[in-house]
Structure formats: C-alpha cells, structure tokens
Ligand binder design. Structure first.
Ligand code: PEP
Ligand code: MN
Length: 343
C-alpha cells in the first residue's frame, strides 16, 4: 500500500500517518517526491485495510501495491530513476555505454584500453579486480593491485569505473576506488552483500542471476532500496537455458517488461549473454532496440590476449561500430528519449 499525501501536507500530518502505520503493526517508509510525499507501507503479508488511513488529515489517496516488491516498482515511483555518476547519467535521455576488459590487467594495458574505449564513446569503464570464476583454477583477479589501477583510470583517463564486489567484506575497500559497485550474476541473491551495498549507498549495478526470474531479480534490487540506496542499475546478462550454441541465452523478453515493472535503469550485457565475440554486435543492437538504457560490454585493444573471457571480448573498432549503431537506433520513435510502454 502506498499513501499519497496532499500537496502542502505538513510534517505533523506525515508523522501522524507514519505513527498510525506503526500502530497497525507495519513499517512506514517515507519517500518525499518532487511535488508530493508518498509513504510506503512495508511488512504486511496481505492486503492492508486502508479505511483508517484514508480519512486522516493530509492524506490524498491510498493505492494498493499489487507486486511483492514495492520500492522498485513503478506503482510506487512512476518516473524513471536516473542514476548519476558525476556528469554521466544512466537511465536518462541517451544510451550509456560501459566498456572495458573482463578483468583488470597490467596498468599499462588497462590504461591503454581505457583511453581507447573512451575515445570510441564509452561513458564508464568496466574491469573486475575480483573475479568470481566457476573454476578455482581460473584467473581470480589482481585484487587490491587491480583497484589501484582502476583508481588511475579514474584519475588519468577521467572515466568513472564499475567493478565487482564478490564479498561483503570487500565492499568498503572496493568503494574507496570505484564509482559503481557491481553485484555479479552468481551473487544476485547474496543477501548479506545486498544489505551491505544498500547501507553503503553507492551506485550499484545488479546483474540478473543465472536462472533468476524477473521477480527474484527485482526483489534483490528491493533489498538495496530497502536499506536506503536508490541508485541501482539493473543489467540483463543472459540466463541458463537448454541451448548449447551460446554461453547463455540473452533474455531480451525481459527488457521491456522490466522497464514496465520498475523505474530503475535496465542495461543489457551482450558479452556474457552470448559468450561469442562475433555475435556481440547483433545482440547489442537488439538490446537497445528492445529498450535497454545502455550496454555493458567486454572490450579490449588486443582481445585474443585478454586475461579472461577473451572469446567474448570485442575489439575497440567493433565497439565504436556499436556506438554508431546506437545513434542510428536512437532515431526510432520512443527509444530515446524514453517512453514507457503501457502494460
Ligand atoms: C563480469 O561482468 O565480468 C561478470 C563476471 O559477469 P556475470 O556476473 O554476469 O557473469
Ligand atoms: Mn567476464
């Protein structure tokens, strides 16, 4: 249930509504908007009886929220959320491109890739310092040394940086050096990590779990918002299916639906979605055409020699081609600036 307060309602009236919600045994979560204050009721297991609240001073209306997630839903927050990192916007009027190698590599190589993807149109640099690989024998990342390299990318190349936090105990250390904290597919339901990154209140990029439903994905995002962190970016990266012709199946079905259900920005990662270099560009185009707010891709100046995920890493020229594709696709009606399709 969402309680919408009248424009000009007083702090005392809002306090009284919150107190009444507590008396009913629920938890109020106020969310002041630009023109109105909305108070979300959380902690209820079924429908909330609204008669008492409806007649309180300052209350405009009580709207039932039909989904199990609340703070991430469009019912509660109809306008698109735009996550801002300095001058870069994710979820705004133009597509956002996140590019870089799978892993942080040597300083020289990482800076070279950053310089080149920036020149080709990247807004944000990606690279993992901590790598959650399926095999314990695969490259596990450079760890703290990698974080210092990412700091140099920020300072010397001027690109904001996203990098994965694989464990709650690493969150503060990673947050010292990077702008956006990534939660990987394998950790989408690591609730200790979700709560920790919610508390840190730094922008988070939340990958969809390998076999997560849309509802599970949005509930994971709800953990972050429930801890008071509104800056959450969703990223579809392919799900596990029966097919054996690609690493995962990029679920483009979920993109327009996620955009209907949530106000959070939705990105597509075609690199992990398909797992093969030669198919990244068609799926990047498809992701944008399906309504993604931008793309996250593995890009390298020497893709064959990438420390990890070389087979799905594209070269800088291909990335530049995708940026060009996006400017052509942006002319499609309703893509950029965004229009939300009715459900
Ligand atoms: C990555 O972005 O390099 C990564 C490990 O992604 P995912 O969690 O989607 O597999
Ligand atoms: Mn990777």
């Amino acid at each position: 249930m969402l309680i919408i307060m009248q424009q000009g309602s007083t702090d005392e009236q809002c306090d009284a509504v919150e107190e009444q919600i507590r008396r009913m045994g629920y938890a109020p979560l106020p969310g002041p908007g630009e023109n109105r204050t909305a108070i979300c009721i959380t902690g209820n297991k079924g429908p909330v009886e609204s008669a008492l609240l409806n007649q309180m001073a300052g209350v405009l209306e009580c709207i039932p929220v039909t989904k199990p997630y609340k703070l991430v839903s469009r019912e509660v927050h109809p306008d698109d959320t735009v996550v801002r990192i300095g001058s870069v916007a994710v979820g705004g009027e133009a597509p956002t491109f996140i590019a870089g190698p799978c892993s942080v590599e040597t300083e020289a190589r990482t800076l070279e890739v950053a310089r080149r993807v920036r020149a080709a149109g990247a807004h944000i640099f990606r690279a993992g310092a901590y790598k959650p690989h399926t095999s314990p024998y695969s490259f596990q990342g450079l760890g703290e040394e990698g974080l210092h390299t990412l700091q140099r990318v920020k300072d010397e190349i001027g690109l904001p940086v996203v990098s994965e936090v694989t464990d709650a105990s690493l969150a503060e250390k990673v947050a010292e050096h990077v702008d956006i904290l990534q939660i990987g597919a394998r950790n989408m339901q690591n609730f200790a990590l979700l709560k920790k990154l919610g508390e840190l209140k730094r922008p988070v990029l939340l990958k969809r779990g390998i076999s997560a439903t849309l509802e599970e994905w949005l509930m994971a995002a709800e953990y972050l918002l429930a801890e008071g962190n509104p800056d959450v970016i969703l990223c579809e990266r392919g799900v596990r299916t029966f097919n054996n012709h690609s690493r995962n199946t990029l679920d483009l079905n979920v993109v327009p639906l996620a955009r209907q259900r949530t106000h959070l920005p939705v990105l597509v990662d075609p690199s992990h979605g398909v797992g093969k270099r030669d198919r990244v560009r068609p799926l990047a185009r498809a992701g944008l055409a399906a309504g993604a707010h931008g793309l996250m891709m593995e890009v390298h100046s020497h893709p064959d020699t990438a420390y990890s995920d070389a087979h799905q890493t594209i070269d800088v020229e291909t990335f530049a081609g995708i940026v060009k594709d996006a400017s052509i696709l942006s002319q499609l009606e309703g893509l950029f600036p965004r229009a939300v399709a009715a459900e």
